[in-house]
Design a protein around this ligand. Sequence first.
Ligand code: ADP
Ligand code: ADP
Ligand code: MG
Length: 667
Amino acid sequence: MFKKILIANRGEIACRVMATARRLGVKTVAVYSDADAHAKHVQCADEAVHIGPAAVAQSYLLGDKIIEAALKTGAQAIHPGYGFLSENPDFVEAVEAAGLVFVGPPASAIKAMGLKDAAKDLMVKAGVPVVPGYHGGEQDADFLAAQADEIGYPVLIKARAGGGGKGMRLVEDPGDFKAALEGAQREGQASFGDPSCLIEKYILQPRHIEIQVFGDGHGNAIHLFERDCSLQRRHQKVIEEAPAPDMPDTVRAAMGKAAVEAAKAISYSGAGTVEFIVDGSGALREDGFWFMEMNTRLQVEHPVTEAITGLDLVELQLRVAAGEPLPVRQEDLSINGWSFEARVYAEDVPKGFLPATGTLDHLRFPEGSEFSEGAVRIDSGVRQGDTISPWYDPMIAKVIVHGPTRKAALNMLTSALENCQVAGSVTNLEFLTALSRHDGFGKGEVDTGLIGRDLDALVATASPSANVLALAALGALNLVAPVSGNDPFERLSGWRQWDDATQFVSLTYADTRIDAQVTQHGKGQFSVTYDGETVRLGVTALDGTAVRVELADRVATADLLIEPARVSVFADGRSYSFDLIDPLAGADAEQEGGDTIVAPMPGLVQAVLTQVGADVAKGDALLVLEAMKMEHTLTAPRDGVVAEISVAAGDQVTDGSLLLALEPADD
Ligand code: ADP
Ligand code: ADP
Ligand code: MG
């Protein structure tokens, strides 16, 4: 085994790899950008090397700098994590040329699977069923449109170099084909430097089921069963599980065999995932699954496989990379229980899942320990006080549960999600909780369209209850005091005479203004009136942010976080953040009436589609902004003339920065 390895990644996956290394007695070296100098993955490592500015192109994607860091620190191997350099064959070759070991497959295997079109070709030859479509080299738009006609609509256009759900367009109407092709090509070029696309038949009511494989370079290849990743939003995984619901043994065996054949066809070694699209319109069939792509790396959702197999996939990766044969044989493996993983992101769900940023002033996860086997496992790359910046993936944590049955595990998932507390950024927690309670999901009736069909219900946010509002109002007025326990009168508020004092407070919750009236009746005793409803409650501070709440008919605990401009309440399995309104400040600055376009989120300007002096009509596309995994087209707010463009393609912009201005409307 290695004595020291370098982890060429950041965030949760860097921390997760280091946890296994530490357990195996392997020293770790982190690399970090300016933005990550104080990041958790740097703290987790035995030593750390600075590699450049925040932008990934100048830090985490600089293979040479990373190899230099490994040589300088005496690391023997480089673990790439996922994303970044993990599927870059040139990097693998450079690592090996430097006399180091790449923890992953050989460059040849990555190359073989790197482009979706070539990979499909190879699979056809290996006898693995592939999704029908066109995956040849001809890229002429008319030719591809004719191919799409032949395949039959709906079709899916995919950038052949794509990944992470990027560079894909579903086309249902032939009239939309060319515009969609241009979008996919542009995304392919911008994100992966390759505009080439393939066209696939769009499988209706599909499930995404993938097989975890492992090879060891000694001729052994095994599979570690399947994961069902059908809960997706815009082709991105949201909740994953293992095993797959209603998977017959025969189909599992057939898919496992196809995946192992795929791995053998490219002399695979290390961890890999063969992704299949599966006909989910009825019971799963042995002739109802088709190869989509192979990911030649550790997958984000690998923990669910670890849960049901009891294996540590990073340990296996390190052993295989160190030259050991696989320590397990196919027949040694069996499935134990059920596991789910939910991806918790900083994102603004009501605003269309826009990636969000912020400093996590309060961050609490449910009981459970990181990276160890058990009922609840949290893999996170951030700590309380850390910042989710616009530079990287806005993931906060992966919440993983493992239970004896699917039902038990799903209940655990709901409860684990309800016990996550985050303040300082909006998150998708409420959405994930709603999803974990979804009826069809509960019954195992999953397909990749599930989220889209029920999106409205899944993203609906319940307003805070009167009790939650009351707590926020008390927090905002700083009225919650601890009970010392020494003063016999404190607990008998009715006994001692207090003057009932009334105060007013103004807050906003999700853009709604709340004006509440708070009357204190005695120490820790209040009534709060808002919108004609009055709640009577007793509140006392406990340790930290915890408060004890006495209501007419019950006693509960909640958490209350009070900050200068914000009060957060964690109750009923949810996080609520209220912004304080300063009553002395004037009305909110008038939002400009549509002369300007500002960045709705931090992101990268991908294309400027107009020029200064151009006449534009309301709704015309003016700019394309890419934020994390999505492209957003920004359109003209009204008819007018472009007066100024403040950005160029390739610029990184912050939330709220001016992108483009129209000439003032002449009225
Ligand atoms: P997985 O295929 O492991 O389930 P995803 O499909 O979510 O993971 O993402 C695929 C890969 O793309 C991952 O390695 C992830 O780190 C990477 N990725 C996702 N989004 C981005 C992004 N915005 N920039 C760079 N890499 C990304
Ligand atoms: P990526 O490299 O971005 O992960 P994939 O080829 O794995 O791209 O596809 C991502 C997702 O898109 C799949 O998980 C699936 O939900 C959907 N998808 C891909 N191909 C098809 C298809 N032919 N028909 C229906 N859905 C598909
Ligand atoms: Mg995929």
